[in-house]
Every structure is written in structure tokens, then in C-alpha cells.
Ligand binder design. Structure first.
Ligand code: NAP
Length: 301
């Protein structure tokens, strides 16, 4: 039987409706949530990603500040820009679009962002929080995947979850989040021997390798939930994931499409983290009557 499709676009749309209400609540209390997006250089893909983030802010009523810095900007100047934003009370989230030019140290820049405004969740403090079982600002892509999994109504606890890809921004935090939810987690990477030997055991298979066609049906357990994080542009211009969608959907129980699966959720969770930051800042400023923040919940069928 063909898998049920996990519709990331529809879920993102539904969540964004709720976000608009939260923005209105904040504005009624004199807080206009603001996100600053720093783009260094002129990478065309990065420009598209930044454009999508700014569009999502507009859609939800979040104020966005786009700071474009020249490709040869000094690291000191980037750090100064971040420090100004750290001090700016009208900014609740700061993100720096990756990748950065090679003369800028990524670790140095990520650690300069205030942990209270680190809406991408890449600061060492937030990474450490994830390791120790907290989630201050969960990294956006794995956070989006978690909500997509929730839509299936299937409890992750006790399941074999296999993550293909071990990057700091997707694979590793994804593994930690699944572990927090008591899955038995395997993280595979480019040096994993016989990838299929691991993926075939997965009740939940999450693929984030950036390799089109990597996952074929023979590597997938009958009835598995398959989440495809990959985004690859083929020479003919088509965008595909890492999973052979048409063939694998005949074996999986649930599957995400590309596009329309994880992608829309990543940007949506960025807005979620920005709103959470604004709500926290407001509460810290001291209005006890403000409705407590609740993590978004997703209805299963
Ligand atoms: P990345 O930093 O390049 O990491 C790729 C990971 O995959 C690495 O850990 C690498 O292993 C592993 N890998 C590569 N080839 C493999 C293979 N043949 N078998 C097993 N593992 C393999 O990429 P990323 O930033 O995590 O992104 C991964 C993909 O997700 C990309 O297509 C990216 O465009 C996409 N993405 C999508 C979203 C979204 O919103 N949908 C967000 C972020 C990323 P090593 O560590 O050993 O090199």
C-alpha cells in the first residue's frame, strides 16, 4: 500500500495562523517581535533562503531586519554588528545565514550571538542544553521534523530511529531530539559501512545527507516512517530530496515529499523560536498576566 504523505506545507500554514495570533497578543502589550537576518556576501542560494525567511516574517507579522554585509567584511565588523543586535531590545532573534566566507570563523560568530536571541539554536549553550535534555531554542530543521513526526500520531518512544547525516545543524541535533523522546537512535554518516544494514532496521528513517537518490526501497523497512530532509537541485533544474520518493512511498507507511515536506517547516520553526524569544523577553520584563508559552502541538489523525 502506498504511504500517507506528511504535508509540511499544510502544517506550516496551520502553525503560521497561530503565530499571527501570538504576534497580535504581543503587539497589544507593546512588543513587536523582531528578527535580524545577517547575510555575508552574495551566495545566490543564501539569498533565496534569506528571502524566504523575510517573507515568512511578513506573513506572520514579525518585523524583520535584513543586514547585508560585503563578502570581504572583516570578522571584527561581523562581531560588532552582532553585538549591536544583542543590545537592541527590539530584536528578539538573530540569525546569520550559512555558509560564511572562509576568512570568518563560524564558531566565533555563533558564540557571539546572545543565547537569548539564538533562534537558530547553534550557540554552544543551546547545543549543550539539547545534549542535557532541555530545549531552549531547538534547531529549526530537526524541530520541524519533530512536529512532522507528531502528525503521524505514532509514539517515537522505543522505536528504532536512524538518521542518515551527522551535521551539526541537522543530523546530530535530530539524533538528540529523538533520544530525548526515547527512541533508540543510530546516526550514520559518509564513513558508515554498509548504510543499508542500518537503514533497513529503521522504524523511523530521517535522511539529511544531500545526496539525491541515496535511499532506495531495498534500504527501507516495510511500514517505516521516512522523512527526507535533503534538498538537491538536479542539472535539469528539478528539486529532489535524498530519497527515491516514488519507489520508497510504496514501502513506507508515511513519507515527506520534497519540496513541500521539511523545507516549509524549517522556516516556520524559525518564526516559532523568534516568537518564543519575544514572549520570554516580555515575561522577563515582568507582566505576570501574560499567557504562558506553550509548545505548538500537532493533531494526529
Ligand atoms: P552537510 O553539512 O553536508 O552534512 C551532510 C551529512 O551527510 C554529513 O554528516 C555526511 O557525512 C553525511 N553523508 C554524506 N554522504 C553520505 C552518504 N553517502 N551516506 C551517509 N551519510 C552521508 O549537510 P546538512 O547541512 O546537514 O544538509 C543535509 C541536506 O539537507 C542537504 O541536502 C541540505 O540542503 C538539506 N537541508 C534541508 C533543510 C530543509 O529545511 N529541508 C535544512 C537544512 C539542510 P560526514 O559527516 O561523514 O561528511
Amino acid at each position: 500500500m502506498s504511504a500517507q504523505i506528511i504535508d509540511g506545507k499544510a502544517l506550516a500554514r496551520q502553525l503560521r495562523i497561530g503565530f499571527r495570533q501570538r504576534v497580535e497578543q504581543l503587539k497589544a502589550r507593546g512588543v513587536a517581535p523582531g528578527l535580524a537576518v545577517i547575510l555575508v556576501g552574495d551566495n545566490p542560494a543564501s539569498r533565496v533562503y534569506v528571502g524566504n525567511k523575510i517573507k515568512a516574517c511578513e506573513e506572520c507579522g514579525v518585523r524583520s531586519l535584513h543586514l547585508g554585509l560585503a563578502a570581504d567584511v572583516s570578522q571584527a565588523e561581523v562581531l560588532r554588528t552582532i553585538e549591536q543586535l544583542n543590545q537592541d531590545d527590539s530584536i528578539h532573534g538573530i540569525l546569520i545565514q550559512l555558509p560564511l566566507p572562509p576568512h570568518i570563523q563560524l564558531a566565533r560568530v555563533l558564540e557571539a550571538i546572545s543565547v537569548h536571541k539564538d533562534v537558530d539554536g547553534f550557540h554552544l549553550y543551546n547545543v549543550g542544553a539539547l545534549v542535557s535534555g532541555n530545549s531552549i531554542f531547538p534547531p529549526c530543521t530537526p524541530y520541524g521534523v519533530q512536529l512532522l513526526l507528531d502528525t503521524t500520531g505514532i509514539d517515537v518512544a522505543g522505536k528504532n530511529a536512524v538518521v542518515v547525516g551527522a551535521s551539526n545543524i541537522v543530523g546530530k541535533p535530530m539524533g538528540l531530539m529523538l533520544l530525548q523522546r526515547e527512541a533508540t537512535v543510530t546516526i550514520c554518516h559518509a564513513k558508515t559501512r554498509d548504510l543499508a544494514q542500518h537503514t533497513i532496521l529503521a522504524d523511523i528513517l530521517i535522511v539529511a545527507a544531500g545526496k539525491p537518490g541515496l535511499i532506495v526501497p531495498q534500504m527501507v523497512k516495510e511500514g517505516a516512517i521516512v522523512i527526507d530532509v535533503g534538498i538537491n537541485r538536479l542539472p535539469d533544474g528539478r528539486i529532489v530530496g535524498d530519497v527515491c520518493f516514488e519507489a520508497v512511498k510504496e514501502k513506507a507507511s508515511w513519507i515527506t515529499p520534497v519540496p513541500g515536506g521539511v523545507g516549509p517547516m524549517t522556516v516556520t520553526m524559525l518564526i516559532e523560536n523568534t516568537l518564543r524569544s519575544a514572549e520570554r523577553a516580555f515575561k522577563t520584563a515582568g507582566e505576570a498576566a501574560f499567557q504562558a508559552w506553550e509548545a505548538p502541538t500537532v493533531k494526529s489523525p
